[in-house]
Design a protein around this ligand. Structure first.
Ligand SMILES: O=C(O)[C@H](CS(=O)(=O)O)OP(=O)(O)O
Ligand SMILES: [Mg+2]
Length: 230
């Protein structure tokens, strides 16, 4: 038996029932989340909008607010949505509150499955290993959600994860080419748009050695993300 893997595209989907929803945002939200954990963050809280992020800080002043609107930093937030910045940040033991246009929104629409994982390309191999260990050899339904409604970067990553699960590993250079070539990335590579850092895309398109996955947990109060070690 092999898992039944389906790919969806969008950030506000009503997904069919599945054992696990895997929400993908390569540029940039879940690459940022991956680097946040690598830099020591304890937890990420997902929020739907800027007001909700400020409300969390009212209640829990120790948190750091991170995210973007239209790809740009948000006034009053501590961090933006740049993996290049997160890769250098000192985040040991901290809680990050994350608000982004596609990845976080798609995750908040994907909470209906018993397990929900988040990933960019940087952690796609780890995520595929984890899924293979838990669901390989079964006919479990796995929904892969490419969160950008039109861009190819998340869809390419979804196809890569599916290929690993089906034992037909896609060439990672091909995935990287699709990331650099997608419409979402054009503004990062445009010298006339200095607000967008091209280095971010290098982080988004670099696969790191598998170590942990990013799992979502929902309770009455918070939608939180934590590391689960492989
Ligand atoms: O900040 C990002 O990279 C995007 C917004 S945009 O595509 O750059 O306008 O948000 P995300 O939720 O990380 O896709
Ligand atoms: Mg994105």
């Amino acid at each position: 038996m092999t898992p039944r893997v389906e790919i969806f595209r969008g950030n506000d989907l009503a997904l069919p029932d599945a054992e696990v929803n895997v929400v993908i945002d390569v540029v940039r939200a879940f690459t940022v989340a991956h680097y946040a954990f690598l830099r020591g963050a304890a937890e990420i809280l997902l929020v739907p909008d800027v007001a909700a992020a400020f409300a969390v800080r009212e209640e829990r002043p120790e948190v750091l607010l991170a995210g973007e609107v239209g790809g740009l930093p948000i006034e009053g937030f501590d961090l933006d949505n740049s993996p290049a910045r997160f890769a250098l940040a000192e985040l040991e033991g901290l809680t990050i509150v994350q608000k982004t246009t596609n990845g976080v929104k798609a995750a908040l629409h994907s909470l209906g499955a018993p397990a929900v994982l988040l990933t960019g390309f940087s952690n796609a191999e780890a995520t595929a290993h984890y899924l293979q260990a838990r669901y390989g050899g079964s006919d479990a339904r796995i929904n892969l959600v490419a969160s950008h409604p039109t861009g190819d970067e998340d869809f390419a990553c979804a196809e890569y994860i599916r290929s690993l699960l089906l034992g037909e590993a896609m060439d990672t250079d091909e995935v990287r080419r699709r990331i650099y070539g997608c419409e979402t990335v054009a503004k990062f590579l445009d010298p006339a748009r200095p607000d967008f850092n091209p280095e971010d895309i290098d982080y988004c398109a670099t696969s790191l050695p598998p170590a942990f996955v990013m799992a979502v947990r929902q309770d009455a109060r918070w939608t939180s993300v934590r590391k689960v070690t492989l």
